[in-house]
Design a protein around this ligand. Sequence first.
Ligand code: NAD
Length: 401
Amino acid sequence: MKIAIIGQGYVGLTISAFAAEHFEVFGFDSNKQIVDYLNVGISHIEGVESSTIKKWRKKGSYRATSKGSDIRECEIVIIAVPTPLASDRKPDLSYIESACKTIGQNISNSALVINESTSFPGTLRNFIKPTIEKYSSKSIEHLYAISPERVDPGRGDFNQKNTPRLYAGLTPEASEKTRNFYSKFCDELVEVSSPEVAEAAKLFENTFRQVNIALVNEFAQIAHALGISVYETLEAANTKPYGFMKFTPSAGVGGHCIPVDPTYLAAIAEEHGAPATFIRRANQVNLEMSEYIVRRVAEDNGGNLQGRSALVVGVAYKPNVADVRETAAELVIQHLRNLGAVVSWHDEVVGSWKGESSAPLQGADITIVVTKHDSVDEKKILASAPYVFDTTGKVKGAKGL
Ligand SMILES: NC(=O)c1ccc[n+]([C@@H]2O[C@H](COP(=O)([O-])OP(=O)(O)OC[C@H]3O[C@@H](n4cnc5c(N)ncnc54)[C@H](O)[C@@H]3O)[C@@H](O)[C@H]2O)c1
């Protein structure tokens, strides 16, 4: 069976790498450079080895493409394109729209379209289906299903195979085909009663994390004000064997999911007149953490950062990946610069970012650790400046939350 996966980023390439063991996969991406790299067997995504892509290229079960006409031969078309926030912080479905246009113009009869991109309940039924139908032949009935992606790029213990996968079709036939497809490479499939439930579950999973991260970030500020250790308190609370789940404080949340998905939920809630108070407030608390941290650093340094050299360690949004989307480091750097600090950053996993390159891990007045990759030596961090503030709780001997 031939399948097309629209979008060869974190989600699309990861799923391609698993699917290519069983199917002939067309990895469709509008970025020609990504397509060219993938076709010579170079992966740009953590967790997908170049050797895997080379293996499938050699076997002939994977080919990257930018040609919409390749979709014509496919029985299943998967959507895995970005769903970011627009500049007004409202859901931006423009990537899905453009993917649907390509699909609509090229889809074969009775093909199944599965959406893996994260979006609010109703996206499959009220946006994806009508948009594809706008561009395809009206007389042909296509099948539609949702299976929200739960992949955590770079994570070793949970992957496509052992992470239970939610799914639902718009029709029983779509559900059955979806199940047959994923059962080839997923151990556990969980069917829910409607696509809207699957879409909402995905948003709620990440909203749960966002709210709990905000709670622990607020608690870190309370603990500091009370003169107690937030980390010791969390360890103590975590000895309770039920009813507690440990989250740890940080400079904020980053990536494509936690800062974004809850806003999709809040937007659809408010559109329907339902409250999204916790979600909106949690987002605010997480965004304000960077300012709180810089304020603490300034207080520890005589209240004045003017002209001081500040080194931010780790600008990726989480350890061991090069992904800088929505990274909290950006706000930390901005607040430091607002106070007159001369800021550089060190992150050899990211390398270059916003026209700047990773600086050496040495010679600063102040070091602030935002993300600690495993490869970064703790001793070198401590030696990089006379004052080191660690937001991760991983650098022993540094000041911290
Ligand atoms: N990254 C994650 O950890 C993660 C986890 C679960 C769910 N998701 C969701 O999955 C979706 C995809 O996220 P991602 O992280 O893989 O994004 P990404 O930015 O890594 O990759 C998206 C790819 O789609 C391509 N693209 C954009 N528009 C296109 C179009 N019209 N046609 C073809 N290709 C197009 C881009 O060039 C890019 O390579 C989002 O909805 C995201 O919320 C992401």
